[in-house]
Design a protein around this ligand. Structure first.
Ligand code: HXC
Length: 508
């Protein structure tokens, strides 16, 4: 018996070593952790239970029949994060460059199947040279099998991808179909075709980092959500992030104990809005002062800064926050902001996360670049997302809510449940000066100034909208947290269903 146990331990030890000490050292020399080290940081101490440790590839070509490494380049299983179940896979670059074989793909598919069966998130750690070249088409099939499972799992269980090394070619499409992507600066990259192919085809010379590094994808492309300095920072952030998430679309959002009083008043918010309507202020201040302990996990902070999206908690329960940011492009909605917020709203709706929307929006960004690139279609995404969302929706207009953007930003007309305005709110078809210049075209500057003042006095307030019931109540800024907390309590048992359909046809 003891012999058998010793054999098992030896087998385990061999598997734990992946591609061997030399390759582990090389991984460390690149500033990267190994697949197993990453899981140790990601998961609660001692909680990881591995499966399929002894799976090996079935390839016999190119001398592969003589090279077998247990696990076949991916470590899979489950564990807990702050006591809650998650399923994980972590590609092992020390084994055939973490490349995806048929068996490697089957292991990932099993993780997704297991997670779907019980309803728990999947976190995938990507560090791979792509398709296992020796396996050819079998590997392509394996990728497609993973893609299919990602799609079926979308909206059922949260899926988070951590990119911690290469992720190139068609391999990018598995993370691209998950809900959120975190990347590590300088050691991870994602592209469909790498710098060499780009140079051959287009003559452009570009580095891996410029083409598809963490900074590129979290600023320009928005393919990824957040960039971190190193593996450890990204893994710890993933732990915080998962703490906000329900386990599946069948579960309520998690509740964490909080010492923050639900009715905490924030007097400083009463003086936040500048006297001059064109002067910006930082909407993050409202968000942090509203949420429990000021704790806010922002997604895509470096992309489309004119809209802020992220997760926080009210009375211990997760909420999604969407807010216009007057400090960037005056808080205008543009293509990038609309796409960013639309995807976020749909995620919240899919996973029963109430949405709190803070509005200070002067309208859609004008210009040929916006029009020619389809602001109509992209702006419609956000409108569509808010309109179809059935989760509790609380909206607070802090200052401007002009034109179509007023409608879009979770207005009463899009089934906003509680729509509040600060006394500083200006809810109108457009800004006073622009409106007067149209309806009093040709008048002298003095007359225009006079009419502008008249228009402002009449419309630059929340009361016309409140008279019509578009605003439920004009609230004091300092009471924002209390109002939102009470609102969320009231909406806890909200029931609202959209008409049956196979699926909708959001303007993609
Ligand atoms: C098999 C691979 C591999 C692969 C790397 N390795 N990529 N083995 N299939 N795709 C192996 C190497 O042979 C090497 O083995 C070890 O992994 C480490 O690789 P290095 O090249 O030494 O590492 P590094 O210098 O860090 O470069 C990493 C790399 C490079 C940039 C990822 O390995 C590379 O360019 N690999 C090929 C990438 C590629 O073209 N993949 C196919 C893309 S097509 P030893 O034994 O020496 O340690 C694709 C299609 C997917 O993915 C389609 C889905 C629909």
């Amino acid at each position: 018996m003891s012999d058998i146990i010793a054999q098992l331990e030896a087998k385990r030890a061999e598997a734990m070593l992946g591609g061997g000490q030399k390759r582990i050292d090389s991984q460390h020399a690149k500033g990267k952790l190994t697949a197993r080290e990453r899981l140790e940081i990601l998961l609660d101490d001692g909680s990881f239970e591995e499966i399929d440790m002894y799976v090996e590839h079935n390839c016999v070509d190119f001398g592969m029949d003589e090279q077998h490494i247990p696990g076949d380049g991916v470590v899979t299983g489950s564990g807990t994060i702050n006591g809650r179940l998650v399923f994980v896979f972590s590609q092992d670059f020390t084994v055939f460059g973490g490349s995806l074989s048929e068996r490697h793909a089957e292991k990932i598919c099993k993780v997704l199947d297991n997670a779907m069966k019980v309803g728990a998130p999947v976190i995938g750690i990507n560090d791979s040279g792509g398709a296992r070249i020796q396996e050819g088409v079998a590997s392509l099939g394996g990728y497609a099998d993973v893609f299919q499972k990602n799609v079926l799992a979308s909206g059922v269980i949260p899926q988070l991808s951590l990119i911690m090394g290469p992720c190139a070619g068609g391999a990018v499409y598995s993370p691209a179909m998950t809900d959120f992507i975190f990347m590590v600066k300088d050691s991870s990259y994602m592209f469909v075709t790498g710098p060499d192919v780009v140079k051959t085809v287009t003559n452009e010379i570009v580095t891996q980092e410029e083409l598809g590094g963490a900074v590129t994808h979290t600023t320009k492309t928005s393919v990824a959500d957040v960039a971190y300095e190193n593996d450890i920072e990204a893994l710890l952030a993933a732990r915080d992030f998962i703490d906000f998430m329900p386990l599946s679309n069948r579960e309520e959002v998690p509740e964490r104990p909080t010492a923050d009083p639900w009715d905490r008043l924030e007097e400083s918010l009463d003086t936040l809005i500048p006297d001059n309507a064109n002067q910006p202020y930082d909407m993050h201040e409202v968000i942090r002062k509203m949420l429990d302990e000021g704790d806010f996990f922002e997604v895509q902070p470096a992309h489309a800064g004119n809209i802020i999206c992220g997760f926080g908690r009210m009375e211990g329960s997760t909420v999604g926050v969407v807010a216009n940011q007057p400090m960037v492009l005056a808080g205008c909605l543009d293509i990038n902001a609309s796409k960013k917020a639309a995807r976020f709203v749909r995620y919240c709706d899919a996973f029963n996360i109430p949405i709190v929307t803070l509005v200070d929006v002067p309208g859609f960004l004008p210009g040929t670049s916006q029009e020619h690139n389809g602001i109509i279609k992209h702006g419609a995404k956000l409108l569509f997302a808010y309109a179809e969302a059935t989760v509790p929706k609380i909206t607070i207009i802090t200052r401007k809510a002009y034109g179509g953007a007023y409608d879009v930003m979770a207005s009463k007309h899009l089934r906003g449940d509680l729509n509040y305005a600060w006394p500083t709110a200006e809810i109108a078809v457009m800004g006073a000066k622009g409106a007067v210049e149209i309806i009093f075209r040709g008048k002298t500057p003095e007359e225009i100034a006079e009419r502008t003042a008249e228009y402002e006095a009449r419309f630059a307030n929340p009361f016309i909208a409140a008279q019509k019931g578009f605003i439920d109540e004009v609230i004091l800024p300092h009471s924002t947290r209390r109002r939102v907390a009470l609102g969320l309590r009231k909406l806890r048992n909200k029931q609202l269903e959209n008409p049956w359909k196979k699926h909708d046809n959001i303007p993609l």
